[in-house]
Design a protein. Structure first.
Length: 150
């Protein structure tokens, strides 16, 4: 299992996902927290698959969202409501995690960290770079090394 860790552009958050396990997303303030959060997420997904007598997801079971999303701040609770409009339902929730399952395609699951502010990197990873527009102006920095000639 290959875990991909990306640092958020403001340097305050790390995002983790499994390359070959679709829909498994976590975030943490410290890079060394990602592996334990990934293990917990995989355990939740595995338990859910076993309860439903389904195979563990593979790379072909990747959730697809053909939706454009524009956001400044996005919480897990807001994303849960969004997923419910996309025919997903809540399968599992605790203080740290939420697992959504597609009602039409039950092999499509999405594990989310339960936080008040999801990392823009995580949202882009989930929906795709071309489908996300992050409008958080307080987090963007102007490159002052660029000179213009007119």
């Amino acid at each position: 299992m290959k875990v991909i860790i990306k640092k958020e552009f403001d340097g305050n958050m790390y995002v983790g996902s499994c390359e070959n396990i679709p829909g498994c997303y976590v975030q943490a303030r410290q890079e060394n927290e990602i592996s334990s959060k990934i293990r917990k997420a995989l355990s939740i997904i595995k338990r859910n698959c076993e309860e439903r007598k389904q195979n563990f997801p593979s790379g072909n079971d990747r959730p697809l969202f053909d939706i454009r999303i524009r956001f400044d701040e996005l919480s897990t609770e807001q994303l849960i409501k969004f997923f419910e409009h996309q025919k997903y339902h809540l399968e599992y929730i605790d203080d740290d995690s939420a697992l959504m399952m597609n009602s039409s395609y039950p092999f499509n699951r999405v594990h989310l960290p339960r936080v008040h502010r999801l990392s823009p990197v995580l949202v882009r990873k989930m929906f795709g770079e071309q489908n996300t527009i992050y409008v958080g102006t307080n987090e963007l920095k102007l490159n002052t090394n660029v000179s213009s000639t007119a």
